[in-house]
Design a binder for this molecule. Structure first.
Ligand SMILES: Nc1ncnc2c1ncn2[C@@H]1O[C@H](COP(=O)(O)OP(=O)(O)OP(=O)(O)O)[C@@H](O)[C@H]1O
Ligand code: SF4
Ligand SMILES: [Mg+2]
Length: 356
């Protein structure tokens, strides 16, 4: 599954038919249901969708961190940097984490251990993958890493404990930790949501610089469409555990081919176009115990127009057009008109939305 932004090489991350299940008192639920996507070297792919759609579970599955015993990977394939992650033992997975793929979480403060200094924790990550590294060399490398993520006075602050650092500084330390062993894949799950608005942009800049310097592929999970527009090359949209659309960031913003993607774009504020009003998506995402038959989005879909096919048949994720974009909607060929209608409802300039 090659893509124009990929340059045609092998993907750093390739996820195929990934399924994650949980045992619950009401029975088995599928938090991730047949998810497939690729992330190519140096590329940033944003994973978006409403709360509970399976974004974090997809990320945790990639790193072998699905919470047990309730959860498990029930099927699929995950290849990272040419290695098959799903066949690996826990020991092998531990060695992969950090060296091949690493993750930055939403809560910087709780992701650091309060009883060790920041410097010790980063040095620990370095030495876990390079047993021969001396304490002295590790300390120098930690200072260098902290400087590269913009921590001022890194040499003197290395011996601080996490509580002495602000949330933004802690997130910089976690990014330093995540890139310490130059992984091929960096996953960031809502990396700025818990931070003050004023420092969100700085932390994103640090993440982007880290991506550029290490050449890592980045999977960025975010609710924030401004962040998507700023950072992503491509976007994977999830709904109720499934991928419902993937496309370049421009295609997603200006010519979505799934009514849910259009709903997200029309219901959330954006910086790139002036709108008179937002158009909310009616209703709520389904509970995983009660996923609607056919297209899971059908009870909320304004493009359905009462058609029975949407209730009877689950739309497959199919390639549409020459650019490799994919969508899961029986009536995607009606989306150009639908985008124009919604754009008019928003009171936006239709020429903006008409540009693919
Ligand atoms: N331990 C668990 N037991 C049962 N179901 C779970 C468990 N953990 C998560 N889930 C379910 O898995 C689904 C996906 O959760 P996930 O955390 O991946 O969502 P998300 O897209 O990251 O949402 P958010 O945007 O709120 O972070 C949710 O609907 C949730 O109810
Ligand atoms: S398949 Fe039907 S219900 Fe689903 S998104 Fe398309 S039009 Fe809407
Ligand atoms: Mg999440």
């Amino acid at each position: 599954m090659l893509h124009p932004t990929s340059g045609g090489g092998e993907p750093s991350l390739s996820v195929r038919d990934l399924t994650v299940e949980f045992d619950t008192p009401q029975g088995i639920v599928r938090a991730v249901d047949g998810v497939s996507f690729d992330v190519f070297p140096g590329e940033t792919v944003a994973l978006v969708g409403e709360s509970g759609c399976g974004k974090t579970m997809t990320a945790l599955a990639i790193l072998g961190l699905v919470p047990r015993p309730a959860g498990r990977i029930a099927g699929g394939r995950i290849r990272c940097d040419g290695r098959n992650l799903l066949g690996m033992s826990n020991r092998e997975l531990r060695s992969i984490r950090g060296a091949v793929a690493s993750m930055v979480f939403q809560e910087p403060a709780s992701s650091l251990n309060p009883v060790f200094t920041v410097g010790k924790q980063i040095a620990g990550v370095l030495r876990a993958h390079d047993r021969g590294l001396s304490r002295r060399a590790a300390r120098d490398r930690v200072i260098e890493l902290l400087r590269s993520v913009g921590v001022p006075d890194a040499a003197s602050r290395i011996d601080d404990y996490p509580h002495q650092w602000s949330g933004g500084m802690c997130q910089r330390a976690l990014i330093a930790m995540a890139i310490a062993n130059r992984p091929r894949l960096l996953i960031a799950d809502e990396p700025t949501t818990a931070l003050d608005v004023t420092i969100q942009a700085q932390v994103l800049e640090v993440l982007d610089t880290a991506r550029r310097e290490t050449g890592a592929a980045t999977l960025l999970i975010t609710h924030d469409l401004g962040v998507v527009a700023e950072m992503a090359d491509r976007v994977v949209v999830m709904y109720a555990g499934r991928v419902i659309e993937t496309a370049t960031v421009d295609e997603i913003f200006h010519a979505p081919r799934h009514p849910y993607t259009l709903g997200l774009m029309a219901s959330l504020p954006r910086l790139d176009i002036d709108v008179a009003r937002l158009v909310p998506i009616p209703g709520q995402p389904p509970h995983l115990h009660r996923i609607p038959a056919g297209c899971a989005f059908h009870p909320r879909c304004r493009l359905r127009h009462g058609r029975s096919r949407c209730v009877e048949q689950s739309p497959p994720l199919l390639q549409v057009g020459p650019t490799g974009r994919r969508t899961a909607c029986h009536f995607h060929d009606e989306m150009t008109t639908e985008v124009a209608v919604v754009t008019e409802e928003m009171g936006a300039d239709p020429t903006v939305a008409a540009t693919p």
